[in-house]
Write a protein that binds this ligand. Structure first.
Ligand code: UD1
Ligand code: CA
Length: 424
């Protein structure tokens, strides 16, 4: 968890009790994944990144699945009946009571907000001494969302839900994202006054804005600049949409940092990947979590770099190469059609086409260690555990089961014999 640099205590509540019927799934919507990570886990990580002192998830529907993913990374509140967003927050009352500071409301199915956006929301709320600070957005088509009611001076007055809005209010294009930063004590006070006299018979969290205004408590808003941040997941099309948005965002960031990506549409770079300057990523390449790639590398096309790889500078990982848990030294080339797993290879090596590490014996994953300046011929099988020293040469087509010492050539294949061809 990052250092909390706010002047106030910050509790984040994650709403995670909803049903998610439109996913058409036996699984909770919140445990579906974007880039290999559950939606709700993404939101918890977001809450951690913004420096929350405490994180509470309000769980209900299929709570076991959510709790299995989150474990003890958060505290839990339980909502058995979905009686509205205000009711959901009330279930976390015991964590809020008696505390001073801010409470941030997030949703388990709204996973790609930028941490900076939330930090900005919290900081503005603290600086302006606002009791409620809303994250709002301007939508060309605001249908379905709560509308932001402001007075002539532009001050926030209330939020009106679509289903309760009059025709004039329905024309308002500023919408409520559902994400807020509240003063803890005044939120609890206001929630006590929320009733369910509305078209949906729910306890609306949104009602606290009017209640606070009626009491003369200052409220405000931050308008989000990039509307894609507040997108939520209700069905599998939206799951795909958010994956795409995140992909483009991650790729753009790498490009800003000096990485060439030939085709962003076919390049999938997961979270927590570092890529050095002037590295070129060719099309159809997948780079998974916790991978570090140095400068001036060539990756792809059609490469698959899986978790926990560390690739140095001027390395070539060419077409149809799969790497998993691999460390590669400077200048080494793995130009085509290889699988290296659980492997360390040093500097200035060349791994011939079709070479594979046989790292799995059916029970355990075993390591292959290769020194510097190795020349591995084509179609070599390295049966792990196995170690190759520096300056080794492995003859093409060899199946290497024994270690090869520094400076040696390893050859392990049948000698060729040419026989008379049978006549037909
Ligand atoms: C809510 C806001 C609306 C805003 C919109 C943004 C209210 C009353 N309205 O509307 O102003 O524009 O979000 O998407 O807050 N949930 C629970 N328990 C409940 C009810 C809801 O956990 O009892 C969760 C849902 O699973 C969902 C979220 O809270 O993740 C929003 O609930 P929903 O009732 O769908 O609110 P909206 O109608 O989307
Ligand atoms: Ca082979």
């Amino acid at each position: 968890m990052e250092f909390n640099d706010y002047e106030e205590y910050v509790i984040t509540i994650i709403m995670a009790a909803g049903k998610g019927t439109r996913m058409n799934s036996a699984k909770s919507k919140l445990v579906h994944k974007i880039y290999g990570k559950e939606l709700v886990k993404r939101v918890v990580e977001l809450a951690q990144k913004i420096g929350s002192d405490e994180i509470v998830a309000v769980v209900g529907h299929l709570r076991e699945q959510v709790q299995e993913v989150l474990g003890d990374s958060v505290k839990y509140a339980y909502q058995d009946e979905l009686l509205g967003t205000g009711h959901a927050v009330m279930q976390a009352k015991k964590y809020l009571k008696g505390k001073k500071g801010k409470v941030v409301i997030l949703y388990g199915d709204v996973p790609i907000i930028r941490p900076e956006t939330l930090k900005n929301l919290i900081n503005k709320s603290i600086k302006n001494k606002e009791y409620a600070t809303l994250l709002t957005a301007k939508y060309e088509n605001p249908t379905g969302y709560g509308r932001i009611i402001r007075d002539e001076g532009g001050n926030i007055k209330a939020i009106v839900e679509e289903k309760d809005a009059d025709p004039l209010q329905k024309k308002i294009k500023e919408i409520n994202s559902g994400i807020y930063c509240f003063d803890i004590e005044e939120l609890l006070n206001a929630l006590e006054k929320v009733n369910n006299n509305n078209s949906q018979g729910e306890y609306y969290l949104t009602d606290v804005i009017k209640i606070m205004n009626d009491e003369g408590l200052k409220t405000g808003a931050v308008i989000v600049e990039d509307n894609t941040e507040i997108l939520g997941v209700n069905d599998r099309s939206q799951l795909e949409l958010l994956t795409r948005v995140l992909r483009m965002r991650i790729n753009s960031e790498h490009m800003r940092n000096g990485v060439t990506i030939e085709d962003s549409n076919s390049t999938y770079i997961y979270d927590d990947v570092e890529i050095g300057m002037d590295t070129v990523i060719h099309p159809n390449t997948i780079i998974k979590n916790n991978v570090i790639i140095g400068e001036n590398c060539e990756i792809g096309p059609n490469s698959y770099i899986r978790e926990n790889c560390n690739i140095a500078n001027k390395v070539k990982v060419g077409s149809f190469v799969e790497l998993k848990k691999v460390t590669v030294g400077d200048g080494t080339k793995i130009p085509h059609l290889s699988y290296l797993g659980d492997c360390e290879i040093g500097k200035n090596g060349n791994v011939g086409c079709g070479t594979i590490t046989c790292n799995y014996d059916g029970k355990n994953k075993n390591k292959t260690i290769i020194g510097d300046n190795a020349f591995i011929g084509s179609n070599v099988n390295l049966v792990a555990p196995v170690a190759l020293g520096d300056d080794v040469l492995i003859a093409a087509g060899s199946t290497i089961t024994d270690d090869v010492e520094t400076g040696k050539m390893g050859i392990a294949r049948e000698r060729q014999t040419n026989k008379d061809r049978k006549k037909k």
